[in-house]
Design a binder for this molecule. Structure first.
Ligand code: DC
Length: 223
């Protein structure tokens, strides 16, 4: 029997600041499963491009670099080669650059196997934009977590304030809107619900309520 196909995957896709990162981590912990934060992989790739001083519009050069770097995670820390970049990749400009690089089909292909390697027993919770559509099309459960853009902007703004960052709610909202447009309108692996995804709107839900909903969906589909 091919065990790789019997390992369950819960794919959780959705737009920026929909809460899917926190929710996915909580579900993985509760089930005792592995977790893939695919956005972190795109962020590490973007950070590598910035660090090397490569013009992000120079796709060939950026791709050449991304094929060479080593991306890995260890105890919740993110590494680019031997450098711990856990903090650096969370910066807004790194997330933005990740979203600008992400439409490139060859770059996405270069990161595909790395993501699929996260599927290990006893199970995987995969968080991203194309987990249910491209990376794990055979996922046992596919969730599309959405929330209206104003609710997401308020959440992101509060996070930034707590981190002591100076910003305006309007600027956060505008940034989310342009990132949504880029992620949804790109031709390759755009952000969209898989046909067999269950959609959950978390605009009015707490993290706990969202986690409970997804766990109930999981209880309903697991054998
Ligand atoms: O989830 P995040 O904000 O950390 O992701 C950063 C960017 O990476 C996101 O705006 C688009 C890209 N990304 C992607 O294209 N596909 C994924 N599966 C995850 C992230």
């Amino acid at each position: 029997m091919n065990t790789a196909t019997t390992i369950p995957v819960i794919a959780i896709d959705g737009p920026t600041a929909s809460g899917k990162g926190t929710v996915s981590a909580r579900i993985a912990k509760q089930l005792g499963w592995h977790m893939l934060d695919s956005g972190a992989i795109y962020r590490i790739a973007a950070f590598a491009v910035l660090k090397a001083g490569i013009n992000p519009e120079d796709h060939a050069h950026a791709l050449e670099l991304i094929r060479k770097i080593k991306i890995r995670f260890e105890d919740d820390r993110a590494f680019l080669d031997e450098q711990d970049v856990t903090q650096e990749i969370r910066q807004e400009h790194v997330g933005n650059l990740a979203s600008r690089l992400a439409p490139n089909a060859e770059l996405r292909a270069a990161l595909l196997e790395l993501q699929r390697d996260f599927k290990r027993a006893p199970g995987l919770v995969a968080d991203g934009r194309d987990m249910g559509t491209v990376v794990f099309p055979d996922a046992t459960l596919k969730i599309y977590l959405e929330a209206d853009v104003e609710a997401r902007a308020r959440r992101r703004y509060q996070q930034l304030v707590i981190q002591g960052k100076q910003t305006k709610l309007e600027a956060v909202l505008a940034d989310l809107q342009s990132r949504d447009a880029r992620d949804m309108e790109r031709e390759v692996a755009p952000l969209r619900p898989a046909e067999d995804a269950q959609r959950i709107d978390s605009s009015e839900l707490s993290i706990d309520e969202t986690v409970d909903r997804i766990l109930s969906c999981w209880e309903a589909v697991k054998q």
